[in-house]
Structure formats: C-alpha cells, structure tokens
Ligand binder design. Sequence first.
Ligand code: UT7
Length: 324
Amino acid sequence: MVLRSQIAGTGSFLPERIVTNDDMSKIVDTSDQWIQERTGIQSRRFVGPTDTTSSMGIAAAKNALEAAEMPAEDIDLIVCATTTPDLTFPATATIIQAELGIHSGAAFDVQAVCSGFVYALATADNFVKAGQANNVLVIGSESFSKILDFTDRSTCVLFGDGAGAVVLKATETPGEKSDQGIFSTHIYSDGRYRHNLYVDGGVSTDQRTGYVKMNGQEVFRHAVENMSRAVQTALDTNGFHIDEVNWFVPHQANRRILTAVSRRLKLPHERVISTVDHHANTSAASIPLALDESVRAGKIKSGDLLALEAMGGGFTWGSAIVRM
Ligand code: UT7
C-alpha cells in the first residue's frame, strides 16, 4: 500500500469587482486589442475595500471544506501560498486558521510567487507522506493588485486577484496507476534569475511594499522551457505518457505560454484548462482557481489524471501529477 494525499475537495473565491481591458485603457496607454493579442486576457478581478488575502483565502477554504464534507476542526495543517500577505507577520495562514476556528495543528505561508501553489502542494504532500499531517488545507490567495504599478502598462494589465483552495486527505492506496491522489511533485528554483521578476521594496531594504518589475520576454522564454521540462520529468517519474493526461492545469500567466508549453508536450489544446481570459494572472491563486472552476463546471471529474505546472519570480517553477 502507498500513502497518498487525495484531493477531497476544491474551493475558490473571486472578488466582485470586474476590471475589463477597456477599464485598464483608461488608466494606462493600452488597448483591449493589445492585451488580448499578447496575453489572451479579457478581464480580471480586483479586490474591493473589504477584501484581503486572508478573507479571500478563508472563503475559498470554506468552499473546499464544504466540497470535501470535512469539518474545519479535522484540519491539522494549513499551507497558504501568497506573495501578498495581509501583514509582514504573522503568516496569513494563521489568520485563516483562527477564522476557521481551528486551534490545533500548524499553519504557515509559502512564498514562491506564481509557483506558490505548486510549492505549497509539494510541502503539504510531503507532510502527509511523512505521517505528520492527515488533513491539509492548501490555499493560494493573492491581492496582487496591491503591488501593481498603475503607471507601468507592461505589468499592470497582466494580473488579477482571487483565491483557491484544496483539501488533501491522507489515504492508503494500492500503489497503482489508477490510484487517486498526488503521484509526485517537483519544485525548482534558480535565484540567478531573480532580477527578471521582483518587487522593488521590502522590510529589510527600504520598508516600502514596492511594486512589480518584470522583464517579460525573459520570463516568457524561461517559462516555456522550464515548465515543459518540469511536466515531462513528472510524467517520466511516474511512467505516464502525455496521452494519459486528461487535463493540463497550468499556471495562468499568458495564453501564449499555455499554447507554447502544450505544443512542446504534444498535448491537444482541448485538454488544456485556460482561465486566463477572465482571471488574468492571479499568481499563487491561479491553479487552484482554475481547478475549482473546472471541477464545478463538471469538466474535471473524479478519476481524471491532471498535470499541474507553474513558473514565477525567483525564478521558481515546478509540476505535479494528480489523479482526482
Ligand atoms: O507568472 C509568471 C510571471 N509572468 C509571466 O509569465 C509573463 C511572461 N511574459 C509575457 O507574458 C509577455 O512577455 C508580456 C505579455 C509581458 C509582453 O508581451 P511581449 O509580446 O513580450 O511584448 P513586449 O514586452 O516585447 O512589448 C512589445 C511592445 C513594446 O513596444 P515597442 O517597444 O515594440 O514599441 C511595449 O512597449 O508592446 C508595448 N507594450 C504595450 N502596448 C500596449 C507593453 N505593454 C503594453 C500594453 N499595451 N499594456
């Protein structure tokens, strides 16, 4: 028998405020045509005055617990991926823990920017495999609009806000290809590339929050290469062929990146989950948001094999193979 983390439920939350490309063109010198052609984005959600990274994470977590039919008190670990925490400390995960009425176990944040959800999933899965957690909430939540420079058209049109969550449950499985649960996670980073995507402020430098700076073309190039390789490694590790993957659930940064990666992997576009048109890039929230939307739409079903991948600042990147 093999101990696996099974996805018992998914959930998500989107702030109410919808911001279209035409809305963005009133703020910076851009156009709906440019944004759609270069990125596939049509609209994004931005937080309102009462939304915070924790409030969105709580809503997504409640949703996921309901889907899993699991009471909050059964959760013994919360891992929250975010690059836009409510406060410098404590971890946003501890705020979520308290608001869910959980007073035991552990809660902490993971910071890997757009790769955050894959990093958090890998962390949670390893806690489960080590026998240190049984029921885990893995959350990706971002108020990314708070770190956007609304005078920089090359970045501010690309991102959005929101949250997604999954409940993982430790389960003994027969150890076969048909098992449900996480088969593998692979995470990587190479800090030599950190200057291509970063925020120009921080506690120990200038005590400002700072704004996103990005060398878009360089990020694009590495994203396609790194994510394709990470998915291929994940498939090879588990002896799966790309044809066995029912759904590719990539980080939603740019439709052109999704297309380029799926082409390299020889995966038909019908099996690619794409929500970038209405979510934009929600950083650590993008994969669980896309996952939950597809589960609730009846697209992703129990028994489907998923390939997840992400790439973000650092650079960080990674992949996961999961059967629902
Ligand atoms: O989540 C992980 C992190 N992020 C990513 O994965 C993003 C990766 N990069 C990308 O998605 C793309 O590189 C971008 C969407 C950011 C940019 O697309 P691009 O095709 O690489 O455009 P570019 O940066 O080469 O810019 C082309 C032109 C430039 O004008 P000139 O120099 O050719 O006259 C830019 O100034 O487009 C201009 N431009 C814009 N025009 C209208 C840049 N941003 C805008 C804009 N509206 N918002």
